[in-house]
Design a protein around this ligand. Structure first.
Ligand code: 4AD
Ligand code: MG
Length: 486
């Protein structure tokens, strides 16, 4: 009977498939684990996590298809026609299609199990060479196997949580009346002015065209120097001053040569920008956004969050839930520096007014002083980019950063300088050429308005809500100095 089976499917309703062979409906492991499915005749498609053979003449196969952290247990009796040839040798990582009846399970931690009528092996994974054997592997090791690590519990859970954060981002901003905007990935302007851009060029590197002893970029693809974007903010401002409220959600690139647990060369940033928003509106928006992300992840990813709580950072869920119960703390940069100076803490880098806060300072403030999220604002103008609105005191700008325990900065933003004369003065002060930003300056010439926005690093949020210690494990394929495999 098995030999005559032909693998054909028909599309059913809403992405389900009907197997023609026996009329069993293809459902996910997540759906099959629901007690309400007892008695249903279903088909499961996935990858083998474990196989145990019982002396009683049957095997237990744990199968996972990515739809949930937990596996479905399949019971394959020795009477199945391919038991000796296939099932009794079924190895970890092999792909199978199993159909049968869902029964109530006696086993702990599972409501159902599948008593198989058929188990077909689709693709074998050779146990001699398949790297993901039952033992636990370090996250460092798993980074070398980024093509296989999504098959582990940790990376399955991470991927589902990251998916939820992305969905919640769109839902939150849509609910708040923001339009989703796509800003360019190739750009000619350095938004942050920090000179950390990757150049994009089609010039032959072994035979660069020269003019007056310098590379002649007028011969390059775009007729001038071009780079991968570090931020969509400046283009976001263009649309905010027309549509009112917009947000971007895309990849950004920074050639920072910093090998830390919080930096990537390629990361995803969400950047809302709103016209007629002052700094206080911006801070309130950031707080509502973060709270929405946390409450959605806690309520919609319960199984995965329980996993991170047990295996990665004990107490994680309570700490995140506590964030939802009270408003964020706010401190000016000046107040923060006073707190750090009086803390009696030995920092590697001393802290004084006018210097940028180091990760150790940020973490002291959020982890020791506030013990929760903290919004710092009004930073010295000398350490911030040209576009931030200058305060009347002449020495600070309306910048805001959101810091959280365990990670530090997850949001950087500001109110933007909307006054033409002040903006031009700031550009001169920071060495920027007006002709490179003529369109940005035009926004202040034609109907200028106060406006504000911020950028939230998606991987930093993933890191915070999962408790993972390294940001390289918070993105499917990390790009860092010296590493761009996969
Ligand atoms: O503070 P940043 O540099 O702000 C901007 O880019 C503004 N233009 C945003 C805006 O106002 N529209 O970056 C924003 C956030 C940081 O708070 C951090 O979460 C994340 O982006 N980030 C990084 N994440 C991973 N790796 C890196 N190298 C990052 N650099 C920044
Ligand atoms: Mg920043």
């Amino acid at each position: 009977m098995y030999g005559r089976f032909r693998f054909r499917t028909l599309f059913g309703r809403k992405g389900t498939f009907m197997s023609q062979a026996d009329g069993a409906k293809w459902i996910s492991v997540a759906a099959a684990r629901d007690a309400a499915q007892v008695g249903a005749h279903v088909e499961i498609r996935g990858w083998v996590r474990t196989r145990r053979d019982s002396k009683g003449g049957f095997s237990f196969i744990e199968v996972n298809d990515g739809s949930a952290l937990a596996n479905l247990q399949i019971i394959a009796e020795a009477s199945l026609p391919n038991y000796d040839s296939d099932i009794a040798n079924l190895s970890v990582g092999s792909s199978i299609v199993a159909s049968g009846e869902l029964k109530a399970s006696q086993g702990a931690g599972q409501a159902t199990e599948l008593v198989a009528h058929s188990v077909r092996v689709i693709g074998v994974a050779d146990p001699a060479t398949y790297p993901l054997q039952k033992k636990r592997h370090s996250y460092e090791k798993l980074r070398e196997w980024a093509h296989l690590r999504p098959r582990t519990n940790s990376f399955g859970a991470l991927t589902r949580v990251r998916n939820q954060l992305s969905m919640s981002t769109h839902q939150f901003f849509q609910d708040e009346g923001f339009y989703y905007l796509n800003t360019p990935i190739i750009t000619a302007s350095d938004c942050e002015g920090a000179g950390q851009m990757f150049r994009v060029t089609t010039l032959p590197l072994d035979k660069l065209p020269l003019k007056d002893g310098k590379v002649d970029f007028s011969q390059d693809f775009f007729g001038k120097s071009a780079y991968l974007t570090v931020s969509g903010q400046l283009e976001g401002e263009i649309y905010a001053t027309a549509l009112g409220k917009v947000y971007t959600f895309g990849p950004t690139f920074r050639a920072e040569n910093s090998n830390t647990s919080r930096h990537l060369a390629e990361f995803w940033m969400i950047e809302p920008e709103a016209a007629f928003f002052e700094l206080a509106d911006n801070m309130a928006l950031a707080e509502r956004f973060i709270q929405r992300l946390l409450s959605d992840v806690l309520s919609k990813c319960q199984e995965d969050m329980a996993f991170f709580d047990e295996r990665v950072q004990p107490g994680l869920r309570d700490a995140l839930a506590a964030v939802l119960t009270k408003p964020f703390e706010h401190l000016t940069y000046t107040e923060a520096v006073e707190i750090l100076e009086k803390s009696g803490q030995k920092f590697e880098y001393p802290c004084s007014w006018g210097s940028d806060l180091q990760a150790e300072h940020e973490r002291y403030l959020t982890e020791q002083h506030v013990k929760g999220p903290l919004i710092l604002y009004n930073y010295p103008r000398s350490i911030k980019p040209f576009y931030m609105r200058c305060n009347e005191d002449g020495r600070t700008v309306r910048a805001m950063d959101v810091l959280v325990p365990g990670v530090g900065e997850i949001i950087g933003g500001s109110q933007r300088e909307e006054r033409l004369d002040v903006l031009l003065a700031r550009m001169a002060e920071t060495g920027l050429h007006e002709q490179d930003y003529w369109w940005y300056i035009d926004l202040r010439r034609f109907g200028t308005v106060p406006h504000s926005g911020f950028g939230l690093g998606l991987e930093r949020v993933v890191q915070w809500v999962t408790g993972m210690t390294n940001i390289r494990d918070c993105i499917p394929f990390p790009r860092t100095p010296g590493s761009a495999e996969f």
